[in-house]
Design a protein around this ligand. Structure first.
Ligand code: GAR
Length: 217
Protein backbone atom coordinates (compact mmCIF):
# COMPACT_ATOMS: atom_id res chain seq x y z
CA UNK A 1 0.00 0.00 0.00
CA UNK A 2 1.08 3.61 -0.55
CA UNK A 3 0.91 5.49 2.75
CA UNK A 4 1.52 9.07 1.75
CA UNK A 5 2.21 11.28 -1.20
CA UNK A 6 5.32 10.09 -2.95
CA UNK A 7 6.64 13.18 -4.65
CA UNK A 8 7.42 12.93 -8.29
CA UNK A 9 9.04 9.61 -8.93
CA UNK A 10 11.56 9.26 -11.70
CA UNK A 11 14.75 10.72 -13.04
CA UNK A 12 15.43 14.32 -12.06
CA UNK A 13 17.09 15.79 -15.13
CA UNK A 14 14.97 15.80 -18.28
CA UNK A 15 18.11 15.29 -20.33
CA UNK A 16 18.97 12.00 -18.58
CA UNK A 17 18.27 8.82 -20.45
CA UNK A 18 16.20 6.62 -18.22
CA UNK A 19 17.76 3.17 -17.96
CA UNK A 20 15.23 0.44 -18.63
CA UNK A 21 15.24 -3.28 -18.00
CA UNK A 22 12.61 -5.02 -20.12
CA UNK A 23 11.17 -8.37 -19.08
CA UNK A 24 9.49 -10.51 -21.73
CA UNK A 25 8.12 -14.00 -22.20
CA UNK A 26 6.95 -14.04 -25.81
CA UNK A 27 6.44 -11.95 -28.92
CA UNK A 28 7.86 -8.73 -27.50
CA UNK A 29 5.81 -6.35 -29.66
CA UNK A 30 5.47 -3.91 -26.75
CA UNK A 31 9.23 -4.01 -26.33
CA UNK A 32 9.53 -3.36 -30.09
CA UNK A 33 7.30 -0.32 -29.75
CA UNK A 34 9.51 0.97 -26.92
CA UNK A 35 12.60 0.40 -29.09
CA UNK A 36 10.95 2.23 -32.02
CA UNK A 37 10.01 5.20 -29.82
CA UNK A 38 13.56 5.36 -28.46
CA UNK A 39 15.02 5.18 -31.95
CA UNK A 40 12.74 7.90 -33.32
CA UNK A 41 13.61 10.16 -30.37
CA UNK A 42 10.14 10.31 -28.81
CA UNK A 43 11.17 8.31 -25.74
CA UNK A 44 14.22 9.51 -23.84
CA UNK A 45 15.34 6.18 -22.48
CA UNK A 46 17.77 3.37 -23.14
CA UNK A 47 17.17 -0.37 -22.79
CA UNK A 48 20.12 -1.66 -20.77
CA UNK A 49 19.01 -5.29 -20.65
CA UNK A 50 16.25 -7.56 -21.92
CA UNK A 51 15.45 -10.59 -19.79
CA UNK A 52 13.30 -13.45 -20.99
CA UNK A 53 12.13 -16.40 -18.93
CA UNK A 54 11.39 -18.21 -22.19
CA UNK A 55 14.33 -19.24 -24.40
CA UNK A 56 11.95 -19.45 -27.41
CA UNK A 57 10.58 -15.91 -27.02
CA UNK A 58 10.52 -14.08 -30.35
CA UNK A 59 11.36 -10.91 -28.43
CA UNK A 60 14.92 -12.21 -28.07
CA UNK A 61 15.38 -11.96 -31.85
CA UNK A 62 14.08 -8.41 -31.69
CA UNK A 63 16.65 -7.52 -29.00
CA UNK A 64 19.44 -9.14 -31.05
CA UNK A 65 18.43 -7.19 -34.16
CA UNK A 66 18.79 -3.92 -32.24
CA UNK A 67 22.03 -4.96 -30.48
CA UNK A 68 20.38 -4.83 -27.08
CA UNK A 69 21.99 -7.11 -24.46
CA UNK A 70 19.71 -9.93 -23.36
CA UNK A 71 19.73 -12.87 -21.02
CA UNK A 72 17.49 -15.89 -20.61
CA UNK A 73 16.53 -17.02 -17.12
CA UNK A 74 14.70 -20.33 -17.18
CA UNK A 75 12.62 -21.17 -14.12
CA UNK A 76 13.76 -24.81 -14.31
CA UNK A 77 17.38 -23.79 -13.83
CA UNK A 78 16.59 -22.46 -10.34
CA UNK A 79 15.84 -24.35 -7.15
CA UNK A 80 12.93 -22.12 -6.30
CA UNK A 81 11.21 -18.81 -7.07
CA UNK A 82 13.36 -16.96 -4.54
CA UNK A 83 16.61 -17.97 -6.28
CA UNK A 84 15.15 -16.96 -9.63
CA UNK A 85 14.28 -13.53 -8.26
CA UNK A 86 17.70 -13.03 -6.66
CA UNK A 87 19.31 -13.60 -10.07
CA UNK A 88 16.73 -11.41 -11.81
CA UNK A 89 17.33 -8.54 -9.38
CA UNK A 90 21.11 -8.88 -9.65
CA UNK A 91 20.97 -8.83 -13.45
CA UNK A 92 18.87 -5.66 -13.41
CA UNK A 93 20.99 -3.92 -10.76
CA UNK A 94 24.28 -4.90 -12.46
CA UNK A 95 22.98 -3.13 -15.56
CA UNK A 96 22.05 0.03 -13.67
CA UNK A 97 18.34 -0.37 -14.40
CA UNK A 98 16.20 2.47 -13.02
CA UNK A 99 12.80 1.33 -14.26
CA UNK A 100 11.64 -2.23 -14.87
CA UNK A 101 9.22 -2.75 -17.75
CA UNK A 102 7.07 -5.86 -17.75
CA UNK A 103 6.20 -6.39 -21.41
CA UNK A 104 4.21 -9.59 -21.63
CA UNK A 105 6.24 -11.13 -18.78
CA UNK A 106 4.12 -14.04 -17.63
CA UNK A 107 5.33 -14.50 -14.07
CA UNK A 108 4.00 -13.23 -10.78
CA UNK A 109 6.26 -10.61 -9.24
CA UNK A 110 7.51 -11.57 -5.76
CA UNK A 111 7.66 -9.27 -2.70
CA UNK A 112 11.49 -9.51 -2.86
CA UNK A 113 11.47 -8.14 -6.41
CA UNK A 114 9.04 -5.38 -5.46
CA UNK A 115 11.23 -4.38 -2.52
CA UNK A 116 14.28 -4.18 -4.77
CA UNK A 117 12.50 -1.79 -7.18
CA UNK A 118 9.93 0.11 -5.12
CA UNK A 119 7.57 2.09 -7.36
CA UNK A 120 9.88 1.29 -10.22
CA UNK A 121 8.12 -1.57 -11.97
CA UNK A 122 5.53 -0.93 -14.68
CA UNK A 123 3.19 -3.42 -16.33
CA UNK A 124 0.85 -3.33 -19.29
CA UNK A 125 -2.36 -5.32 -19.17
CA UNK A 126 -4.74 -5.97 -22.11
CA UNK A 127 -7.96 -4.87 -20.38
CA UNK A 128 -9.41 -1.85 -18.64
CA UNK A 129 -8.43 -2.73 -15.07
CA UNK A 130 -9.85 -3.52 -12.60
CA UNK A 131 -11.91 -5.51 -15.14
CA UNK A 132 -10.44 -8.78 -16.35
CA UNK A 133 -7.12 -9.09 -14.51
CA UNK A 134 -4.88 -12.14 -14.81
CA UNK A 135 -4.51 -14.28 -17.89
CA UNK A 136 -6.41 -13.83 -21.19
CA UNK A 137 -7.87 -10.37 -20.50
CA UNK A 138 -9.09 -10.13 -24.09
CA UNK A 139 -10.85 -13.52 -23.98
CA UNK A 140 -12.49 -12.60 -20.69
CA UNK A 141 -13.81 -9.37 -22.24
CA UNK A 142 -15.26 -11.14 -25.30
CA UNK A 143 -16.86 -13.87 -23.17
CA UNK A 144 -18.33 -11.38 -20.70
CA UNK A 145 -19.95 -9.38 -23.50
CA UNK A 146 -18.60 -5.92 -22.64
CA UNK A 147 -18.99 -3.25 -25.32
CA UNK A 148 -15.71 -1.48 -24.50
CA UNK A 149 -12.35 -2.86 -23.49
CA UNK A 150 -8.78 -1.63 -23.79
CA UNK A 151 -5.45 -1.62 -22.02
CA UNK A 152 -3.88 -0.29 -18.85
CA UNK A 153 -0.36 0.74 -17.84
CA UNK A 154 0.07 0.59 -14.08
CA UNK A 155 2.64 0.49 -11.32
CA UNK A 156 3.12 -3.03 -10.04
CA UNK A 157 2.17 -3.77 -6.46
CA UNK A 158 1.81 -7.00 -4.48
CA UNK A 159 -1.45 -8.01 -6.19
CA UNK A 160 -2.12 -9.37 -9.67
CA UNK A 161 -2.78 -6.37 -11.95
CA UNK A 162 -3.93 -4.26 -8.98
CA UNK A 163 -1.35 -1.45 -8.87
CA UNK A 164 -2.05 2.29 -9.32
CA UNK A 165 -3.11 3.11 -12.87
CA UNK A 166 -1.05 5.50 -15.00
CA UNK A 167 -2.77 5.46 -18.42
CA UNK A 168 -5.66 3.57 -19.98
CA UNK A 169 -6.90 3.46 -23.55
CA UNK A 170 -10.30 2.15 -24.62
CA UNK A 171 -11.38 0.37 -27.80
CA UNK A 172 -14.83 -0.86 -28.89
CA UNK A 173 -15.68 -4.54 -28.67
CA UNK A 174 -17.56 -5.49 -31.84
CA UNK A 175 -20.33 -8.09 -32.11
CA UNK A 176 -18.24 -10.41 -34.25
CA UNK A 177 -14.99 -9.99 -32.31
CA UNK A 178 -12.97 -13.05 -31.38
CA UNK A 179 -10.26 -13.05 -28.75
CA UNK A 180 -7.74 -12.58 -31.57
CA UNK A 181 -9.42 -9.66 -33.34
CA UNK A 182 -9.98 -7.83 -30.06
CA UNK A 183 -6.39 -8.54 -28.95
CA UNK A 184 -5.07 -7.02 -32.20
CA UNK A 185 -7.16 -3.85 -31.70
CA UNK A 186 -6.01 -3.53 -28.10
CA UNK A 187 -2.37 -4.21 -28.95
CA UNK A 188 -2.28 -1.16 -31.25
CA UNK A 189 -3.25 0.97 -28.26
CA UNK A 190 -0.74 -0.78 -25.99
CA UNK A 191 2.01 0.23 -28.38
CA UNK A 192 0.99 3.88 -27.98
CA UNK A 193 0.39 4.15 -24.25
CA UNK A 194 3.34 2.17 -22.89
CA UNK A 195 6.04 4.45 -24.35
CA UNK A 196 3.97 7.46 -23.25
CA UNK A 197 3.77 6.21 -19.65
CA UNK A 198 7.51 5.51 -19.59
CA UNK A 199 8.25 9.03 -20.86
CA UNK A 200 6.04 10.49 -18.10
CA UNK A 201 8.07 8.53 -15.56
CA UNK A 202 11.32 9.63 -17.21
CA UNK A 203 10.21 13.25 -16.99
CA UNK A 204 9.49 12.85 -13.26
CA UNK A 205 5.84 13.72 -13.91
CA UNK A 206 4.25 10.87 -11.97
CA UNK A 207 3.34 10.86 -8.31
CA UNK A 208 1.28 8.33 -6.39
CA UNK A 209 -1.11 8.91 -3.54
CA UNK A 210 -2.99 5.87 -2.33
CA UNK A 211 -4.45 4.22 -5.42
CA UNK A 212 -4.17 7.34 -7.54
CA UNK A 213 -1.43 8.36 -9.91
CA UNK A 214 -1.18 12.10 -10.52
CA UNK A 215 0.35 13.38 -13.74
CA UNK A 216 2.07 16.75 -13.44
CA UNK A 217 0.77 19.39 -15.92
C1 GAR B 1 0.26 -7.94 -24.37
O1 GAR B 1 -1.05 -7.93 -24.88
C2 GAR B 1 0.26 -7.60 -22.89
O2 GAR B 1 -0.70 -6.65 -22.55
C3 GAR B 1 -0.08 -8.95 -22.30
O3 GAR B 1 0.68 -9.86 -23.04
C4 GAR B 1 0.83 -9.36 -24.37
C5 GAR B 1 2.30 -9.37 -24.70
O4 GAR B 1 2.48 -9.03 -26.04
N1 GAR B 1 0.25 -9.00 -20.90
C6 GAR B 1 -0.49 -9.64 -20.01
O5 GAR B 1 -1.50 -10.27 -20.31
C7 GAR B 1 -0.01 -9.55 -18.58
N2 GAR B 1 -1.07 -9.90 -17.69
P1 GAR B 1 3.92 -8.67 -26.59
O6 GAR B 1 4.85 -9.79 -26.13
O7 GAR B 1 3.74 -8.69 -28.07
O8 GAR B 1 4.32 -7.33 -26.06
Amino acid sequence: MYAGLIPFIGVKKMSDLLKLGVLISGNGSNMQSIIDHIENGSLKAVIKIVISNNPEAYGISRAKKHNIPFIVLKSNDFKNKEDFDVKLIKSLKDNGVELVILAGFMRIISPTFLKAFPQKILNIHPALLPSFPGLHGQRQAVEYGVKVSGCTVHFVDEGVDTGPIIIQSAVPVLDDDTEETLAARILKEEHKIYPRAIQLFADGKLSVKGRKVFIKN
